[in-house]
Design a protein around this ligand. Structure first.
Ligand SMILES: Nc1ncnc2c1ncn2[C@@H]1O[C@H](COP(=O)(O)OP(=O)(O)OP(=O)(O)O)[C@@H](O)[C@H]1O
Ligand SMILES: [Mg+2]
Length: 501
């Protein structure tokens, strides 16, 4: 098929992703024009598979045939399995659903050969690391490590995935047609190709295993009011293993989980956490470590593939998480659907608005195509996020426990006349948005918590002090002024910045 589409005029053959890639490549060669290809569609539509085919076709046109070893194009292609192992998971809609957005920029030299590449990723769904629902799975890497050869599993004290809290919240472990043991080997091979050394691979998997053990640490009430202790011998075993794998001090790890240090202008107070708060602290630590690990992988891939600073022409490919509507939708779906609304608007803008304006200007006689402008949904989503932020800041100081209801009430009041906003009859804490692709009902309950994005200072200090250089490098000491307090920023606002620019 690649041969057939190579150089064929656009529209000459049946529609095909290769035809689109071919147009982009020809425009670059003939007119020196850079292009980006946006792949859109609902979750499970085939965006990621299409993206890989686009990349394969561009590597076919712009690659060096017969060159041995790690070429730029091989590294670019092999970066996919690495990113998918750590950033994809089974959802209800797709066994290999991307839980992050990705923009790959292929750089070409003046002869049209691939000379460098850059991968940029957008906010990974980090809540999945510690919370999954039936019949979904956590990120693939956890299962493939549990299926690794016995000596590897022994080293990391891993056994049956059913024994890990972060995996056994769902009863789905195996995927149809996927052998996790094979996937482990394939991921290792891909890591070799993209230039991740054996020591680095060992450190990466030791962090993955540490997260599983961390999730098995349970707490029970301590002797003092609102305090907690490590629950039992089993939890203590997982605490020790986590500390071993992260190469950090076990007592410091325990303290980071069950205590919080408060810095006031007068003094430094150590406050105990109750069992519920300790679980929250544990999960926050797991999410932070995992998202740092993912960002490290992306950086490593970029350094290893290398950029071509002299490249004047490039082709970009955007593969995001598709539109989602589940039985229960939360903040993650809100962010994902916002991204898709924005992409839909871009599509409207270019395919309908600009094209039709051009026809009018050239006085071409055509029948106007009606389309639904979704600017009103985008405005609504931004206001909801703003509401979320203001509720959060006010709740911090005054009503720490009544937040999500206040948030939902505020939404109902503010948007009661908005035709894209619907208040469900039977719920006090959910709201419905009428998206371009359909109505989605969101549960407001966890919006405020999930929108928080900060690293707890104790967690930071614990991991900065790790004796494992890899772990310590994931947590470089923060700049002076922010080191004493847990800095708060919102994921929603970061999303907005990323999506809008
Ligand atoms: N061209 C294709 N040929 C055969 N199977 C395909 C093709 N495209 C997609 N599929 C099947 O559909 C599944 C979902 O595709 P893919 O992961 O690309 O969806 P997606 O649009 O990226 O979804 P998400 O938004 O959840 O990431 C694939 O795992 C594969 O089984
Ligand atoms: Mg995908």
């Amino acid at each position: 098929m690649m041969e057939q589409y190579k150089g064929a005029g656009f529209g000459e053959l049946s529609p095909h992703v290769f035809a689109v890639a071919d147009v982009a490549y020809r425009a670059m060669i003939n007119e020196g024009k850079s292009n980006s290809i946006l792949v859109s569609g609902e979750s499970g539509a085939g965006k990621t598979e299409t993206t890989k085919m686009l990349m394969r076709y561009l590597a076919y046109l712009g690659g060096r045939s017969g060159v041995e070893g790690r070429t730029v194009e091989q590294q670019v292609l092999e970066s996919n399995p690495v990113l998918e192992a750590f950033g994809n998971a089974k959802t209800v809609r797709n066994n290999n659903s991307s839980r992050f957005g990705k923009f790959v920029e292929l750089q070409f030299d003046k002869n049209g050969r691939i000379s460098g590449a850059a991968v940029r990723t957008y906010l990974l769904e980090r809540s999945r690391v510690c919370q999954i629902s039936n019949p979904e799975r956590n990120y693939h890497c956890f299962y493939l490590l549990c299926a690794a050869p016995p000596e590897v599993r022994e080293k990391f004290k891993l056994g049956d995935p059913k024994s890990f809290h972060y995996l056994n919240q769902s009863s789905c472990y195996a995927l149809d047609g996927v052998d996790d043991a094979q996937e482990y080997l394939a991921t290792i091979r891909a890591m070799d190709v993209v230039g991740i050394s054996e020591e680095e691979q060992e450190a990466i998997f030791s962090v993955v295993a540490a997260i599983l053990h961390l999730g098995n640490i349970d707490f029970s009430k301590g002797a003092e009011v609102d305090s907690s202790i490590i629950k039992d011998e089993k939890s203590r075993f997982h605490l020790n293993t986590t500390a071993e794998l992260l190469q950090c001090d076990v007592k410091s790890l325990e303290n980071a989980l069950i205590k919080r240090v408060m810095v006031t202008p007068e003094e430094i107070i150590t406050r105990a956490l109750d069992p519920v708060a300790a679980v929250g602290s544990r999960d926050a630590l797991a999410k932070t470590i995992y998202s740092r690990l993912f960002d490290w992988l992306v950086d490593k891939i970029n350094i290893s593939i290398g950029q071509d600073p002299n490249s004047k022409q490039l082709i970009g490919v955007l593969d995001i998480y598709g539109f989602e509507s589940f039985k229960f939708n939360s903040f993650e779906q809100f962010c994902i659907n916002f991204t898709n609304e924005k992409l839909q608007q871009h599509f409207n803008q270019h395919v309908f608005k600009m094209e039709q304006e051009e026809y009018t200007k050239e006085e071409i006689n055509w029948s106007y195509i009606e389309f639904v402008d979704n600017q009103d949904v985008l405005d609504l989503i931004e206001k909801v996020e703003h509401c979320c932020l203001t509720c959060f800041s006010s709740s911090c100081s005054m009503f720490p426990r009544s937040t999500h209801e206040t948030f939902a009430q505020k939404l109902f009041q503010t948007f009661k006349n908005n035709k894209r906003f619907i208040k469900p009859k039977l719920s006090r804490t959910s709201f419905t948005i009428s998206h371009y692709a359909g109505e989605v009902t969101y549960l407001a309950d966890l919006f405020l918590d999930k929108n928080k994005d900060y690293v707890v200072a104790e967690h930071q200090d614990l991991l900065t002090a790790s004796k494992c250089p890899f772990v310590a490098s994931l947590f470089p000491p923060p700049a002076e002024e922010s080191s004493k307090s847990s800095k708060f920023s919102s994921i929603g606002s970061r999303f907005k910045v990323l999506v809008i620019h």
